[in-house]
Design a protein around this ligand. Structure first.
Ligand code: ARG
Length: 563
């Protein structure tokens, strides 16, 4: 049951305006004493040639109290609707208890395939905190789409092709430490990669050698292919440990190398459409009509590049998945690249290029000096994750040394603190990371919301039961009504997260729920209340737990049973 829809239906019978238009106009008043929904009469005033105040008064006068609306008041050109609190509370709590973790889900995306590309890390290169932000954001975005009924496909577009692999092969032949490679593959591969660049400055012939190796790789030479495959396997072994900690999975790891044999077609189409232009021996597509710089397709030596592979990938994805949306979660610094890719696809005649979306995000910065460097400028995701769990363990040892399953709780809470930090603000904003904020149990933090969940759970445990049925009219205080309203609005926040490609909307919302529940808990007895009130409040507590757990899980955050 959706109260807004029901109110819109009422208005629709009273005035000459289409239902959809009414829905669009209905607002949420800024203050709770102004009701729960407000209908502005200014548009009608123009058509009806009457003052908004008069129209509002007429509408309000005709609204009769029923199971949906308690009363309607005309104020300053608006009709303020006060919903029937008792009915609302009853319907919402029943719905939450019935649906459980499916609460807030919908069929909006039924039969629509949505690709969410995220993480897209580079083989043989560090998985740094920028990738961590990206992975957390992308995974959460995929989850809110899935909760809304879309059929999602998670793609990790691995950076596993390109001239850098020629360099790595050349460096491997010269400087590899096999033991280190087995133990810490990425550190070792990164070390020789950096060394290659240093040495190549002194001896430019190295660059030619690297180019020759990449050419061999492109031609499928078995010796270099075996080496390349090994780099890839070793890297993925390390990445998968990170994905496991993050509870992240992919449906496809088709990365850049996957498209190495699919680019001829791209070049051919561009040629046929007369879009390829010569530029100092290289081939480019002019994008002046979009007021952006040209995109390079082939280098002067005929080699394809990153962008060529992205064109091939988009075409492949359309054919394979017939996507409704093809979402690229990639840092904001690549927005020009995607603008070029999508524009080029449009010029190639693919009308579906409009369904490709680049979802950018900010950078990760550290306020804590200590973390800001290790080997150059990269901060490794693994280090930050381990530190989060470690620091949480310290807090537990200090506050609650006898806790059961300490390790597991430290993992859930430490990782929760991290995930929350990356998802608490809109994605374009840079994340400024401090341990103090991330692990602040009282503020806007993962642990704060998790703790609220644990508190509710322990109340239910102390009670020893949750009644199957309760008379919910005993939830009669304003605090309870406001709390239930927040629970009901959870559905809207999932919808908004999808529409704006912003999972933080859901994270914010469960934080508001946690705050409202804590306020309620601090001012109203639960276990010591009269039987009827107690039963109703136990049901309310259970419903709060369900919504918090669901909301956190959409962010990839687990809920511990105790902490
Ligand atoms: N591997 C790239 C990087 O780490 C990101 C790839 C983005 N995805 C794409 N389809 N171009 O910067």
């Amino acid at each position: 049951m959706n109260f807004k829809v029901e109110i819109a239906k009422k208005i629709n019978t009273l005035v000459d305006m289409e239902f959809d238009k009414v829905m669009e106009l209905i607002e949420i008043p800024p203050q709770t004493n102004m009701g729960d929904y407000a209908f502005p009469c200014f548009q009608l005033a123009r058509v009806m040639r009457k003052s908004p105040n008069m129209i509002a008064a007429e509408i309000a006068g005709k609204v009769q109290a029923d199971s949906i609306v308690e009363k309607a008041e005309a104020v300053g050109g608006y009709v303020n609707f006060f919903i029937n609190k008792k009915e609302y509370i009853r319907i919402m709590i029943q719905e939450i208890l019935e649906k459980g973790e499916k609460f807030g889900s919908s069929e909006e995306g039924k039969d629509k395939n949505v690709i969410v590309e995220f993480s897209s890390v580079n083989v043989a290169k560090p998985f740094h905190v920028g990738h961590l932000f990206n992975t957390i954001l992308g995974s959460a975005l995929e989850k809110v789409f899935r909760h809304s009924g879309y059929n999602t496909i998670r793609i990790n577009h691995l950076g596993d092709w390109g001239t850098q692999f020629g360099k790595l092969i050349s460096a491997h032949k010269r400087w590899i430490n096999e033991e280190a490679l087995e133990k810490e593959p990425i550190s070792e591969l990164f070390r020789i990669y950096v060394k290659f660049h240093e040495e190549a400055e002194k001896d430019p012939a190295l660059e030619d050698e690297a180019r020759a190796y990449f050419k061999k790789l492109e031609e499928g030479d078995s010796e270099v292919t075996i080496l390349w495959q090994r780099f890839k396997d070793l890297s993925l072994r390390e990445f998968s440990e990170i994905y496991e900690m993050l509870n992240v999975e992919f449906d496809s790891y088709a990365g850049e190398s996957f498209y190495s044999d699919k680019m001829d077609e791209v070049v051919q189409i561009l040629r046929e459409k007369k879009l390829l232009k010569d530029s100092n021996g290289a081939k480019i597509v002019d994008l002046e009509q979009f007021s952006i710089p040209p995109i390079m397709i082939l280098k002067s030596d005929g080699a394809t590049i990153y962008a060529t592979r992205d064109l091939a990938a988009a075409i492949y994805r359309k054919r394979t998945y017939d996507f409704y949306k093809n979402i690229y979660v990639v840092g904001g610094t690549q927005s020009l690249h995607f603008n070029q890719i999508f524009s080029t696809l449009g010029l190639m005649g693919f009308e579906w290029s409009k369904d490709c979306v680049h979802i950018g995000h900010g950078l990760v910065k550290f306020a804590d000096k200590k973390l800001s460097t290790r080997k150059g400028d990269v901060v490794f995701a693994k280090d930050v994750m381990n530190e989060a769990v470690h620091k949480t363990m310290e807090v537990i040892e200090h506050k609650n040394p006898n806790l059961e399953n300490k390790e597991e709780v430290a993992r859930k809470v430490g990782m929760g603190a991290l995930l929350y930090t990356f998802l608490k603000n809109n994605r374009e904003k840079d994340v400024v990371f401090t341990w103090e904020d991330a692990l602040n149990f009282d503020g806007d933090s993962g642990p704060y919301v998790q703790y609220t969940y644990v508190r509710g759970r322990s109340i239910l445990q102390k009670a020893g039961y949750v009644p199957d049925t309760a008379d919910l009219t005993f939830l009669s205080t304003e605090d309870e009504f406001q709390l239930v309203k927040l629970l009901g609005a959870f559905k809207d926040s999932v919808k908004e997260a999808v529409e704006r490609y912003e999972p933080f909307v859901v994270v914010r919302h469960v934080t508001e729920i946690a705050k409202a529940y804590n306020k309620f808990y601090n001012t109203h007895p639960i276990l010591n209340a009269d039987e009827n009130v107690k039963n109703a409040r136990l049901q309310l507590t259970k419903a709060v737990g369900i919504v918090i757990k669901t909301g956190l899980s959409l962010a990839g955050i687990e809920t511990p049973d105790n902490m």
